[in-house]
Design a protein around this ligand. Structure first.
Ligand code: UD1
Ligand code: UDP
Length: 387
């Protein structure tokens, strides 16, 4: 006798949540005998979210359309909690699924908790153990660990962090990170020769960039962390300016996050420099293509620290700490902070020392086997008592 369908509401708001939940949505939808899946976007991000939804062909069932220019943490959290009250009362899901450590994830989980609706947390258990770094993400993660009922840890380290936070062992599942599932989906598409031609042409036409020029070395840059706003980000930009000056073969390509706190200093310091190209945020498929063509990556992003080792690209992380120690231990990721001189020195060393470069480029990917979404779906089907 088949059981009843489980109603799952997947809630997401920003670019990285969409990338990391796309495989989960796709997997849950595939199991039509167990789940009825609805997707709610808060649209904490607008353009950057829509880019990802488009690439993964996800049409949201509910769109809260919350993003406002220059929003603060109160705007986003009150908007999400208020909106979710109405949505959860109407939808009455058996569980909600959230991902990571954004304010969307935390506030949606809080709203579900108020209505005693179970919360499944994907990418649970990351910690820096410093409440203010990254801010507010470390706080959001810890709060989510209190609110959630299903804790999907990407790695063993994350599982240990959850146990240390007092989460019961039987509520934790080590699944791998769903970002590897997403990356594999996109890399499969990129393997087609037409895809390679199409994206080479896209970068040529849209940004006047020749990504198949063997003589060039591409340094790919992204950055958006709140704790780097102001001095940290200015130091990063000054370092990039200096690095680009040193070697005519270098191309610094920087898809600039749309947050005005990022746009302003980056444009002011780097716009118009001959070997630096500031471009708009890229959709996920061309971004993965660009990572594949990069020589090295400089970033403060979380997701990119997980993707780059799987692509064989060294990553220098412009932060003092990371909640992703596995990448550092694998040897593919190095913390360089936000000091101008330190960044310049470490980048130049890596450009000059072929052996050090090879060591960073050839590491085992510590973030999973691409089957995380499958494991999550299986746990939800049995854990919520479906068919
Ligand atoms: C948010 C998350 C952060 C995550 C990051 C991923 C919180 C508190 N922060 O930070 O954890 O790592 O997303 O990128 O949840 N904007 C646009 N268009 C967009 C997106 C952003 O114009 O598509 C601009 C808007 O002016 C917006 C501002 O960026 O007000 C800030 O967006 P917000 O989501 O509040 O913060 P992020 O820095 O993007
Ligand atoms: N990314 C993208 N386009 C870009 C820059 C990044 O698709 O122009 C992807 C990247 O591959 C990674 C994710 O966005 O999967 C990271 O998002 P972000 O840095 O905004 O957030 P974080 O991971 O730091 O939370």
């Amino acid at each position: 006798m088949p059981g009843r369908l489980l109603n799952i509401l997947v809630v997401l708001g920003t670019r990285p949540e969409a990338i990391k939940l796309a495989p989960v949505i796709s997997r849950l939808r595939r199991d039509r005998s167990s789940f009825r899946v609805r997707v709610c976007v808060t649209a904490q991000h607008r353009q950057m979210l829509d880019q990802v939804l488009g690439i993964f062909r996800i049409a949201p069932d509910i769109d809260m359309d919350l993003m406002r220019a220059g929003q603060d943490l109160f705007d986003v959290s009150t908007g999400v909690i208020g909106g979710m009250r109405r949505i959860l009362l109407a939808e009455r899901p058996d569980a909600i699924v959230v991902q990571g450590d954004t304010t969307t994830a935390f506030a949606a989980a809080l709203a579900a908790f108020y209505l005693r609706i179970p919360v499944a947390h994907v990418e649970a258990g990351l910690r820096t153990h410093d409440k203010y770094s990254p801010f507010p993400e470390e706080g959001n993660r810890r709060l989510l660990s209190v609110l959630a009922d299903f804790h999907f840890a990407p790695t063993e380290t994350a599982r240990r962090n959850l146990l240390a936070s007092g989460v019961a062992a039987e509520k934790i599942w080590v699944t791998g990170n769903t970002v590897i599932d997403a990356l594999r989906m996109i890399r499969r598409r990129l393997r087609a020769p037409q895809a390679q031609k199409r994206w080479l042409e896209y970068f040529r036409q849209s940004f006047d960039l020749e990504l198949d020029d063997e003589k060039q070395r591409i340094i790919l840059v992204t950055g958006h962390r709140r704790e780097n706003f102001g001095r940290g980000l200015r130091q990063v930009c000054l370092a990039l300016r200096e690095i680009a000056r040193r070697d005519p073969r270098l191309r610094v390509i920087y898809p600039v996050h749309l947050n005005p706190n990022v746009q302003k200093p980056v444009q002011a310091i780097l716009r118009g420099l001959p070997r630096v190209r500031l471009i708009e945020p890229l959709a996920y498929e061309p971004f993965v293509f660009l990572m594949g063509r990069a020589h090295l990556i400089l970033t403060d992003s979380g997701g990119i620290q997980e993707e780059a080792p799987a692509l064989g690209k060294p990553v220098l992380v412009m932060r003092r700490e990371t909640e992703r120690p596995e990448g550092i231990l694998s040897g593919g990721v190095k913390l360089v902070g936000t000091n101008r001189l330190a960044i310049v020195r470490q980048v130049l060393e890596l450009l000059q020392d072929g052996e050090a470069y090879r060591r960073m480029a050839h590491v085992a990917n510590p973030y999973g086997d691409g089957k995380a979404a499958q494991r999550i779906a299986a746990v939800l089907a049995s854990g919520l008592g479906g068919s």
